[in-house]
Design a protein around this ligand. Structure first.
Ligand SMILES: [Zn+2]
Length: 315
């Protein structure tokens, strides 16, 4: 096991978060930048290389742990499908290792965040829990007996694409009625835009400078927090769908704890209350009775810290 710190990077469609993590979980450096996703793979690879170069000026690191969206081929180091980055069958491990000169270990972003919370966050002391990330997309990292559930190809936990509404809205995976098309930040923004187009009044329009196309999930969240009824209704309906999906997971996995992170977790009660209520209504009372739903302790750094911890634990 390496004694030097590990560089953990969480590469998302919107932002790249990086931490230098000591073996004991201490963070000695962190950085966050916007992802140049629309500029293509080479541009993003350059960003990762620059982050590594900057981290090296802080402390010598011996490995990189990289959290990535979408299903991955862990053995080959390839991103199979990441619509938010417009990557398909994209090799990542080999080019990044070549450019930085250190071994690179990859993991799905929700799995990495779950591992980060298990090792250094809210999941410490738990053996069976689920980490859900709700932001641009929706994903889950499932911890069972203190191990990540990977499935055959490492694709387990693709919660965003479970069907929660037959004939529901189209999803960017090509199907319809997926949880992600009903409860992600992208979905919440889209639903508000549709309602505004129909002429429904909402503070979200004013917060977006009167431009319907500029309405984001953040705008909707701010409007809801300020008491806007339409924004509150859209978020609560979205979170009811998330609660139903969670109830199904709870019914299958019987976890001790659910951690909900990602950009939308900042909505706090507006998110957690309807999720908890829908989850409780839709699974065994004995399963949900003492089941807590809480925010992550590591916040937006869970994926980066978890990726570093995975690289550290890898042999
Ligand atoms: Zn889908």
């Amino acid at each position: 096991m390496p004694a030097n710190p590990i560089l953990g990077i969480d590469l998302g469609g919107t932002k790249i978060a990086a931490v230098l993590l000591k073996k004991n979980g201490g963070v000695i450096w962190r950085k966050k930048i916007a992802t140049a996703a629309s500029d293509g793979f080479e541009a993003v690879l350059r960003q990762l290389t620059e982050i590594a170069a900057e981290a090296r000026t802080i402390a010598p690191f011996t490995r990189i742990g990289l959290a990535l969206p979408g299903p991955l081929d862990l053995k080959k180091g390839v991103v199979l499908d990441a619509p938010n980055l417009s990557w398909r069958d994209q090799p990542v491990t080999a080019p990044l290792a070549k450019l930085t000169g250190v071994p690179v270990f990859i993991e799905n972003d929700a799995n990495a965040a779950a591992w980060g919370e298990l090792k250094h966050g809210a999941g410490r002391g738990f053996s069976n829990f689920i980490y859900i990330t709700v932001g641009t997309g929706i994903g889950a990292g499932i911890i069972t007996n203190r191990m990540i559930v990977h499935g055959r190809d490492g694709g387990a936990g693709e919660l965003g694409h479970v069907n929660v509404k037959e004939d529901g809205p189209p999803c960017n995976c090509g199907r319809s009625g997926c949880l992600e098309a009903l409860a992600s930040g992208t979905a919440i923004a889209r639903i508000m835009q549709e309602r505004l187009q129909e002429g429904a009044p909402s503070l979200a329009l004013k917060l977006a400078g009167g431009n319907i196309a500029a309405v984001t999930a953040e705008t909707v969240g701010k409007a809801a927090t300020a008491g806007d009824l339409l924004a509150q209704e859209i978020i609560s309906t979205a979170m009811r769908h998330l609660g139903i999906a969670l109830a199904n997971l709870v019914q299958i996995l019987n976890p001790e704890l659910i951690i909900i992170g990602g950009g939308l977790a900042k909505l706090e009660k507006l998110l957690f209350d309807p999720v908890q209520a829908a989850m409780k209504r839709n699974c065994y009372p004995s399963f949900s009775k003492s089941l807590r739903i809480i925010p992550p302790e590591l916040g937006e750094w869970a994926g980066a810290a978890g990726a570093a911890a995975i690289a550290l634990d890898s042999t």
